[in-house]
Design a protein around this ligand. Sequence first.
Ligand code: FES
Length: 681
Amino acid sequence: MTTDPLVVFTPSGKRGHFPVGTPILTAARQLGVDLDSVCGGRGICSKCQITPSYGEFPKHGVTVSEDALSEWNAVEQRYNDKRGLKPGRRLGCQASVQGDVVIDVPPESQVHRQVVRKAAAARAITMDPATRLYFVVAEEPDMHSPTGDLERLERALREQWNIEAVTADLSLLSKLQPVLRKGKWEVTVAVHKGHKDSVARIVEIWPGLHESGLFGLAIDLGSTTIAAHLTDLETGEVKASSGLMNPQIRFGEDLMSRVSYAMMNPGGDQEMTKAVREAINDLTSSIAEEAGIDATLIVETVFVCNPVMHHLLLGLDPVELGQAPFALATSESMSLPAHEMNLTTMNPRAQVYILPCIAGHVGADCAAVALSEEPGKSEDLVLIVDVGTNAEILLGNTNRVLACSSPTGPAFEGAQISSGQRAAPGAIERIEIDPVTKEPRFRVIGSEKWSNEDGFDQDIATTGITGICGSGIIEAVAEMRIAGLLDESGLIGSAEQTGTARCVPEGRTHAYLIHDASAEGGPRITVTQGDIRAIQLAKSALYAGARLLMDEMEVDRVDRVVLAGAFGAHISTKHAMVLGMIPDAPLNKVSSAGNAAGTGARIALCNIGSRAEIERVVREITKVETAIEPKFQEHFVAANAIPHKTDPFPELAQVVSLPSPSFNTGSGGEEKQGRRRRRRG
Ligand code: FES
C-alpha cells in the first residue's frame, strides 16, 4: 500500500495519492479535477487558486496538519504583493503536497464553471468556449535550427498545452514576430477550435501574460430589433446587453416585404445585407464601449435569426424563401470568419457561429429557443411561444417535438400601434382599468410607481410619458376587454355604450383615451380601433400556429405554456390569456422565460458541446409549415375573437370573468377589416 499522502479535492470528491513535492495543479490534472491555468503553472496567471482545509475530516477519512502543503513561496508572495490573494488562498501551481490534504477548488478557479441563468427554469451553462487563452514560452530562434517563429510557437503549444495542429492567417502572421520579441518569447495566444474543426486557429497573440480578458457576442438578430449580449468567455458573465432597431425596416416592416424588396429591386438583397452588417458593426463598437473593453477583444460571435435574416446576414438572396417550397440555401449551422461577412469592428480574426435553421420558415432563432428551453427533455407537454415579429412556436415532450413559425407582425413590439413605441424610458408598460369607473392607471418604464401614486410625477419628470410599448399594449387591450370597453369581436364601445367619456369617437370607430397631455404640448395616448385590429391579427396568428401544432400532436390541451421573446419576461401571463394569445392552461402553469433565443445564443457561445447538441436536436424536430396549411386559416379566423370564438377557456374563467357586451353597429366594415388575413412577416 502506498504511503504517499492523500489529496482530496472538493467539490468534485476526486482523490488520489501523490508523492511529496507534487504541485497541487499537477495532482489536479492527473485526477481530471477542473482547475484552471492559463500560464501553465508558471505562477503568473493566478487562475489556479485553491483553498486548503486543515483539521479533521471524518467524511474523507483524513486529518490535515498545518504543514500539509509546502510553505508559502516567493512567487505567491510576489503575486500577493502585486494583486492580493484572498485569505487562505494558495496558488495551486506553487503549493506542493507534503501530507494528506483536502483542497477546495473555488468556482472562479474552475475551467468549466457553471453560470446560473436568471430565468425561472434555470439551466446552468457550463463554461466550455471554443476560444481560450494559452500562455506559452516559445523557443528563441537560433542559427543552427532554422525554423520559423510560427513553427516554434506551434511546437510550444503542442508541448505545453497538447494542442496539436494550429493555423494562423496572414494578418496574424504579420504581427507574430514583433509580439514574440516584445514578450521576450513569452506570449499569450487565443486559440479557437470549433466543434467540427480538426485544426485549431490562432486568433490573437499578445506579448507576455494577457490579462484584459476575452469576449464574445451572442446576437439575436430579429426582423425588428437586434439584441446583443457581450459575454466574458472566461467567466460567462454578461458584461453588457444592448440593442438597436434593425435598419432593414426601411426596406419593409416584415419579412415578406423584405423578400419582395429583394425580388423587385435588383441588388436589393445586397443593400439589406450591407445595412444589417453596418448596424452590427456599430452595435459591436457601442457595446464594447459600454463595457469599457477594446472591441478587438471580441473574438467570437454567435448569431440566432429567422431564415430571411439568416440569408440577408450571410449575403444570400432570400428570394427562394418567399415562395413554396421555401428552400433554404443551407439549413446547416455555419462557422466562418467574421471578416467574410464584413464584420470589421470586432477582432479581425473573430469567428462566427450561426445556429442551424429548422426549415424555410423556422429558423436558427427557433433552434436557439429549443436549446434554451429544451422541450425534448420535458416530461409534460410544453408549448413554448417566442413572441416577436415572427413568432417561433415549439410544442413537445420527451416523445416528440414540433415547431412552426407564425407571422404575427410587429404589433407586439409596439410597432403599427398608433401610440406604440419601443420599450424605453417613458413608455407605458403596465396598465390597469377599473372595471367600475373605467379609469386607467399605468406604470411607465423608469418608475416603479403607478400613475395615481404619490411621487409618480417626480419620477417621470425627465422621461415624460411618451407612448405604449409591447407589453403595455397587450395589457391595455386585455384590460379594456375585462372592463367591458371592448366586446368579444374586438369592437370598442362608444361613450354611451360603455359609460365612460374616455371612449372617444375617432372617424367611424372609437378610441380609448389613456393619457392626454396635448394641452401642455405633450402626447395624447389612445388605444384605437386600428390598434385593436393589429393586436387581433397578431394574436390570432400566434394562437393559430399553436393550435396547428396541437392538431398535429392530436391534443386539445397542453400541460404548460412558456412565453419567451425579447419582451417575453414582461408580458403579463393573465393578460396574454385574456387576449387569447395562447391556449387555455392553468395560470400557474404559464410562465415567462425572457429572451429564450438570446439565451440559446449565449449557451452556444459559452459551451461548444451545445453546438453539436442543437445540431442533433434540430434534425429530430418535426416542422409544421403554417403558410400552406389550410387549417391555419381556419384557426386564424376563429381566433380573431377575444379570447376566442369557439375554443373554451375554462381555466381563464376561474380567474377572470369577462363581460359580454356587443357593440356591433351592423355596418360590417370593421368585421371585414378584422378578417383580412395579414401577410406573412
Ligand atoms: S497556473 Fe498560472 S499562476 Fe498557477
